[in-house]
Design a protein. Sequence first.
Length: 268
Amino acid sequence: MWNWSGGYIGGHVGGGYGRTSFTNPFGPPIYGDVVDIPSFVAGGQIGYNWQNNSWVYGLELDASAAVASGSNTCLAASDLIVSANCNAAPNLFATGTGRIGYAFGSLEQTLAYLKAGAAWQNNRGDIVNNFEGGDLPQEKTHFDYGQVGGVIGLGVEQALTPSWSVNVEYDYLHFGGPSVATASTAKLSPSTILPASTTSLSSNYHIGKIGLNYHFGADPEAAPKSDSPLHARSAGSVPPIPYTSGCAARRTGWKWSVDHDERATPGS
């Protein structure tokens, strides 16, 4: 039977979709304030499993670099207030999780699992006021922060050899967020300047990954084996069947003839 116990290390690639939401310090938004973020990730993982009968328990750490960015109108509390353009671009994710899984299949070489734990992201971006007219500067602020959150996920891992396995996984990550600065902006009627303030951010992501793992100290005897080799073999030697032959001469009238008799005699 397959044994999932032991340490492993590997890599993964994947992609998904996320959102970062911005609160509006100037009042309820009439639109916007939510930035959609398509994401591509690539990284690595390291972990350890313990198997008890068909149940597999584990701990795992993973980290991913992300190529992700999105932008949308934000801070639009009124048609009379100059809104802004909010951009968010997370570039790093990391998780530390506990896992529980169940091994199945003829040799228990397939593992279905659930995971949950802590997550971390680095998120960065800008809040840029839209054009304010005249000689007024286009105010903007920049943010770049790390934030702790949570992750839940599920996956299936398939052993290819005693040392190598491949897995597919879905993760949901959620992060609250800090308050980041917003620039002062203009209100058109009555004409006034709204002072700089802050907006609170929150983010969530749906990410799918495919990974490849190398398992340390794998038992080569765990590989599936068959008592029969891959090539065909004879069912056994079959003794040749002997033949006996004979000739008999006989006279019929004035003519002699020769009879030839060839008969198989199995077992002779």
